[in-house]
Design a protein around this ligand. Sequence first.
Ligand SMILES: [Fe+2]
Ligand SMILES: [Fe+2]
Length: 147
Amino acid sequence: MKITDALLAEHVVFHNIFDHIEHVVPKLKTLAEVKGWAGLMEGLLLAHGKTEEDLVFAPLNHYLEQLGQRDSFEHEHQEIDNSLLRVKAAKRLPEARQLLLLAVTASRKHFDREERIVFPLAERVMKDKTLAELGKVWMKQRNAESA
Ligand SMILES: [Fe+2]
Ligand SMILES: [Fe+2]
């Protein structure tokens, strides 16, 4: 599988999780539950983001720089992570809910930008063989995480 297809498949899974979070968050009764969702989302996004940074952004650095986008995607990873850390630090339920929903919206936008800019760029400038080799590295990393 090409690395771009693997990451896109992960985006699809995230969108399903986000749909679920948006559905349940307004009904959650305790701060701890909202923080639990933020923690889950943080862990999953960190693994996904790290893979992107190492396997896709890094080799495309030069091309992204030409588009004026060299650091913007990694910045967004940090911003989303920071907003999830703020959920975990929140003292009040309405604030935590709002911050979590903002993080979901920011993540959806971020994925959309990657799908419009980064993944097509990767498919244009990398050989199919390279994309497939990176896909194998992705597979190994995911297997190691679940072992
Ligand atoms: Fe990303
Ligand atoms: Fe992504």
